[in-house]
Design a protein around this ligand. Structure first.
Ligand SMILES: [Fe+2]
Length: 290
């Protein structure tokens, strides 16, 4: 097994392993270590069926079902992310976000497999929220530590719902859910339960305001932070190939699906897992942690 970093900041490509045969406890431990350290890990040429993908997902945590896009009965934790060649909608996941941060207990990470990959385009961008935290000025860190950020599921609710023509995969996702508009409080700063590294847990898709501040007061601060998170130095860009597998830490990164492959079909299969649970990430930074 060889691990090669993708950038000087985060991400690693792992080679010399076969994920379609039995995953030993030694390999499982090495994969968990690699994810904790690198936050995004990538393995090429791993043709995995849904059952094998589920086994791989269980290496990282219990499979967790996306309540807004559940998979088939046999694998409810899996979401097929499909954009047909003739679709002209936006793309599922187009916009910086961490998956489902507006849930009470957001998923710990995902295992994404490339099934049908366009000849060009359809890359996924990631940014390290650990790098974003590390490079913040101390005055901003002081403002954010011990403060919650408030998240709402805008694309899935009513109050902030996007126009229907912009809704990707609208047939297979649940929309217009009033509960998605409910404010959820999560620490603005998370602490990785294994490495102890801090990350900025905010994203422009779901983070609505900072606790103790109104939306209008929060907005200029959050917008500045969102820009800071996605500085090129904090990012990596993954080019997909068929049977490539990417696994990411959903508390320490954001991602963004680039919609630049009009006229080509793209299909991915994503399984999501629950790792230690959000309480393990609170450290002592949340006013509401006790
Ligand atoms: Fe996503």
């Amino acid at each position: 097994m060889e691990i090669n970093p993708i950038t000087g900041t985060f991400g690693a490509e792992i080679s010399g392993i076969d994920l379609s045969s039995e995953i030993s406890e030694t390999l499982a431990e090495a994969l968990r270590d690699a994810l904790a350290k690198h936050l995004v890990i990538v393995m090429r040429n791993q043709p995995l069926g849904p059952d094998q993908q589920q086994v791989l997902t269980r290496v990282f945590g219990e499979p967790s079902v996306n309540p807004y896009a559940p998979g088939p009965d046999a694998h409810p934790e899996m979401t097929s992310i499909i954009k047909e060649a003739d679709e002209r909608t936006g793309v599922f996941g187009g916009g910086w976000h961490t998956d489902l941060s507006f849930l009470d207990n957001p998923p710990g990470g995902s295992v994404l497999v490339g099934i049908d990959i366009p000849p060009y385009g359809g890359d996924t961008m990631f940014c390290s929220q650990q790098a974003a935290w590390d490079s913040l000025p101390e005055a901003m860190k002081d403002l954010l530590e011990n403060r919650d950020a408030i998240h709402v599921g805008k694309p899935y609710g009513i109050r902030w719902a996007p126009p229907v023509e912009e809704q990707a995969m609208k047939e297979s996702t649940k929309r217009n859910d009033p509960d998605a508009d409910r404010e959820r409080f999560h620490p603005a700063v998370m602490i990785h339960p294994v490495t102890g590294r801090k990350s900025l847990y905010i994203n422009p898709t779901y983070t609505h305001r900072l606790d103790g501040l109104t939306e209008a007061q929060s907005s200029p601060i959050l917008n500045q932070l969102f820009e800071h998170c996605t500085l090129p130095e904090h990012c990596l860009r993954l080019r997909w190939s068929k049977d490539m597998v990417a696994i990411w830490d959903n508390y320490s990164t954001q991602h963004y699906a680039i919609n630049d492959y009009h006229g080509f079909r793209r299909e991915m299969r994503r399984a999501t897992f629950q790792s230690a649970g959000i309480d393990a990430w609170r450290g002592k930074t949340s006013a509401r942690a006790s």
